[in-house]
Design a protein around this ligand. Structure first.
Ligand SMILES: Nc1ncnc2c1ncn2[C@@H]1O[C@H](COP(=O)(O)OP(=O)(O)OP(=O)(O)O)[C@@H](O)[C@H]1O
Ligand SMILES: [Mg+2]
Length: 394
């Protein structure tokens, strides 16, 4: 199965069509293949297109539609079925569920409810082989610009693929990812840790804060003490869940090796090591890369990003970086301190301040390069597990 859910809408109420299409079309991993309004049209669509899930809009008259659900669930048992209706009394919910629906979503539709319903169906019946991209952004030295790049990269990726990109703040004590978006998340990674063995996709999707700029943020714990509760096992599980729901997951990783950062980097498809054109930064970038390689991370999964690549009177050039790291620089982000500092202070992403900023253009170019490949072959699940335990065992 591909990494997209192919869905169609069964809707006999034309006035609802636009809203339903917009809500369903905005879900991650979902491709809307069509809308139909009668059993014949549905049969036709199922015959000519691949469909994994059908949304049945029950309004205004549920009865005949429940009959259609009954027929469809018998004839196409492999199809996932989700009912949507304004009526949410016990009978209104029971009838479509008895007829074979997997989930019921009330109108007006809450995006998280809908995402939860789809995630539940998907995890039970459909997306067993979801592939996604997990990108760790890590600074080779303090203040290298990892957080600024991670935040703006997630936003650009989300906008390029037109799907929310997950963004995780793994700087558990002092992370400022949420501040970069001027947002105060209701829930944080601490809530996930608290949910213990209950932790599943639906808990995850209520914990994530979905921002209008196509970023789905998983914030660091509120207090410094709470950070202690985030174990490497939780990070591992959270990333496993996130990559099952989001096509792209960007993680802001603090620049040091410990069991938690290793847990994240062990699961990454791509690790972007951010350095500046200064000797200590470059030296640490090299040490960082060597350590990752030594731990078994394949070299092609590690890339170097130069931040503040101009405007410094330093002697180092991009060529020095390539010679030292023995690989081509993946991306270079120019220097613009006033502008980037303003973006952070106002909590407004770079693209929102100035779409034409050279810093933004460089990060967008990097985002394009990441989403359009050359893609890194995702490690097999078993391989990832092995790498993870190996890294943690060190
Ligand atoms: N391209 C850039 N041009 C100019 N200044 C930049 C650029 N990128 C980041 N900065 C500035 O560098 C500082 C550190 O940025 P940021 O917080 O993103 O780095 P970091 O690597 O996450 O730091 P930390 O090690 O504290 O986590 C900020 O003041 C930011 O304004
Ligand atoms: Mg940071």
């Amino acid at each position: 199965m591909s990494n997209l859910l192919h869905v169609c809408i069964y809707n006999a109420e034309p006035e609802s069509s636009k809203t339903l299409q917009a809500q369903i079309g905005s879900l991650n991993f979902v491709r809307l293949v069509g809308e139909v309004g009668s059993p014949d049209e549905l049969a036709n669509l199922l015959h000519r297109a691949t469909v994994n899930l059908v949304f049945f809009h029950l309004d205004p008259d549920p009865e005949p539609i429940v009959e259609v659900i009954d027929g469809v669930s018998t004839k196409y048992p492999e199809l996932a079925l989700v009912a949507i209706s304004h009526k949410s009394g016990p009978d209104a919910i029971l009838a479509p569920m008895r007829a074979g629906c997997d989930q019921f979503v009330c109108e007006p539709i809450d995006h998280n409810d809908l995402a939860n319903a789809v995630a539940r169906v998907a995890s039970r019946r459909l997306l067993s082989n979801t592939k996604s991209r997990c990108i760790c952004v890590v600074g080779a030295s303090g203040g290298a610009g990892a957080t600024s790049i991670a935040c703006n990269l997630a936003l650009e990726i989300g906008n390029i693929v037109d799907r929310d990109c997950a963004l995780v703040d793994l700087d558990l004590q002092f992370g400022d990812v949420a501040l970069n978006f001027d947002c105060e998340p209701r829930y944080t990674m601490y809530d996930l840790a608290e949910s213990g063995s209950e932790l599943d996709r639906s808990i995850l999707s209520t914990t994530v804060t979905t921002l209008p700029c196509k970023v789905a943020l998983l914030a660091r714990p509120e207090t410094i003490e709470q950070a202690d509760n985030i174990t490497p096992e939780i990070i591992h599980r959270v990333l496993e869940l996130l990559t099952g729901v989001y096509e792209n997951v960007v993680i802001d990783v603090p620049g040091h090796f410990d069991v938690r950062t290793i847990a994240a980097m062990g699961q990454a498809d791509l690790i972007l090591v951010v350095c500046q054109l200064q000797v200590p930064s470059l030296r640490n970038a090299k040490r960082f890369m060597d350590t990752l390689k030594h731990m078994g991370v394949p070299e092609e999964r590690i890339e170097v990003v130069i931040n503040r690549s101009d405007g410094r009177s330093g002697r180092l050039t991009e060529q020095h970086v390539e010679e030292t790291m023995k690989k081509a620089v993946f991306a270079s982000v120019p220097n613009d301190y006033q502008f980037v500092a303003r973006s952070i202070d106002f909590g407004r992403p770079i693209a929102a301040l100035d779409r034409n900023s050279p810093v933004r253009a460089a990060i967008r170019k990097m985002a394009r390069k990441i989403v359009s490949g050359p893609t890194v072959a995702p490690p097999e699940k078993e391989q990832r597990k092995g790498l993870f335990s190996r890294l943690l065992a060190k």
